[in-house]
Design a protein. Structure first.
Length: 460
């Protein structure tokens, strides 16, 4: 190696560490209520079809069954995990006479016994089968529908324990409170649509920055009460009356969004009319019923027959407050990416000895440019409409401009100038707080209905 009397060039090097992409919107959990061997409150990754079976509790063997005065008493060979007095859905199979088989709402009567109503005497049981809870059947159906819609996204199994539906919701609430912004999508089970505490549960997550989505299955008898919640963070899908026991329609779109990775070459499509797989079209269904469900923001599975397509599709693809599901996703995406990008810029700027990020006009300009990059990505990925517009205005002037429609069709980012902001907020500068960023954008919507006025003129 050559020796030099004096170095001509001396390099000063600083390092900028790029942000690890956020995976929040790629996370989902399907609820389990006492259906698995996992600990209460735990998350277990289910990364492929067939893996759920490794964690499920085995079916409970029935050792005796009898009927008296409209009530069936089932005796099991192993203890029932739910507390005495708890009401649970059960699915019985393998019994003779067949009248004992089916889906029932049962009450835990003892450590090894359940009772359920049955009007007619099924006769003396001669063959004893087995039972699983309706919760387990619903979990199995959600899993099957999830994987029918692709293998690009795994999900977490969330075990709430052998508890009531209300207690299961409380378990989810506790998990979210202790682990905020770790699971984005929560798929509930059949039966939770009739849980009286569900509206209050959903109301806790109404803030636009909640960054969570609940997928709620419902039925023809419960959809009206679910629609009344008008929940902005919940998407309800009515279970097709002809659906098999191995199908849960609400899981189809949950899988689609969880698997989606927006980019300029993989643009987010509208949620209306999304293809679904492993699902059954709601049939028969009247036009009046379809109009009612659409007006109530209740999703359902139909077919693309009007467009000459046989695939099953999602109608209407909206949250309970009427916001298209893709729009809700876009609003959350912009929040997540802005937080990530700006935090990354501040941390890197605090460790850059060559070009530190200072709290001055130049620093504000630099951060506004970071926000602009996020806006460009949102537009190019099909999440936002229009073009990017950077302004530096008094916040009141900016708010009035937005209210007057001056920025229609633009992703506009305002950064209150340094001197003005410090004058208006003199104590913030010493604390390093800058609250002068504002932005307004229009998420990318899709078509829901085409009205074409056609006039046919007949010549004499």
């Amino acid at each position: 190696m050559a020796n030099y009397w004096n170095k001509i060039v001396q390099l000063n090097v600083s390092e900028t560490i790029a942000a690890t992409p956020s995976t929040l919107q790629g996370t989902a959990a399907i609820l389990s209520v006492g259906s698995t061997l996992q600990n209460t409150g735990s998350l277990t990754l289910i990364a492929g079809a067939g893996q759920l079976a490794n964690y499920l509790l085995p079916a409970t063997i029935i050792s005796n069954a009898s009927w008296s005065s409209g009530l069936v008493t089932i005796t099991t060979s192993t203890p029932i995990t739910f507390a005495i007095g708890t009401t649970i859905p059960i699915v019985i199979s393998g019994m003779t006479p067949d009248a004992y088989n089916g889906t029932f709402t049962a009450t835990v009567a003892g450590a090894n016994s359940l009772t359920y109503s049955l009007v007619s005497n099924p006769g003396t049981a001669t063959t004893f089968g087995s039972l699983i809870t309706g919760y387990q059947q619903s979990l199995i159906a959600a899993d099957a529908t999830w994987w029918a819609n692709g293998s690009a996204a795994a999900y977490y199994l969330f075990e709430a324990g052998a508890v009531t539906r209300a207690a299961a919701l409380t378990e989810i609430q506790s998990y979210i409170a202790a682990n905020p912004h770790t699971v984005y999508a929560w798929v509930l089970l059949l039966g939770f649509d009739s849980e009286s505490t569900l509206p209050a549960f959903l109301s806790q997550y109404e803030a636009l920055n909640a960054l969570v989505t609940f997928y709620v299955p419902c039925t023809t008898s419960t959809y009206a009460s679910i629609a009344a919640t008008n929940a902005r963070e919940a998407m309800a899908t009515i279970q097709s009356p002809g659906a098999a026991a191995t199908e849960m329609d609400v899981a189809a779109y949950a899988q689609f969004l969880t698997a989606f990775r927006p980019s300029p070459t993989n643009r987010l499509p509208p949620s209306q009319y999304t293809y679904t797989y492993g699902t059954t079209a709601y049939s028969p269904i009247t036009n009046a019923m379809m109009d009612t469900l659409v007006a109530d923001n209740i999703n359902f599975i139909s077919t693309g027959a009007e467009g000459g397509i046989s695939n099953t599709i999602l109608i209407k693809g909206a949250m309970l407050d009427g916001t298209p599901a893709n729009v809700k996703y876009a609003i959350d995406w912009v929040q997540i990416q802005l937080d990530l990008a700006l935090s990354n810029a501040v941390i890197n700027g605090s460790n850059n000895t060559l070009n530190p990020l200072y709290y001055n006009q130049e620093g504000i300009n630099s951060l506004q440019a970071v926000a602009r990059t996020v806006a460009i990505q949102a537009i190019s990925s099909g999440l936002a409409l229009g073009t990017v517009n950077l302004v530096q205005l008094d916040p009141t002037v900016f708010a009035n401009n937005v209210a007057n429609g001056l920025y229609a069709g633009q992703f506009v980012i305002n950064a209150v100038p340094f001197n003005l902001y410090v004058a208006q907020n003199p104590s913030n500068y010493a604390q390093g707080i800058y609250g002068g960023f504002q932005a307004s954008f229009v998420p990318q919507y899709g078509f829901t209905q085409i009205v074409f006025n056609l006039n046919a003129t007949q010549f004499a």
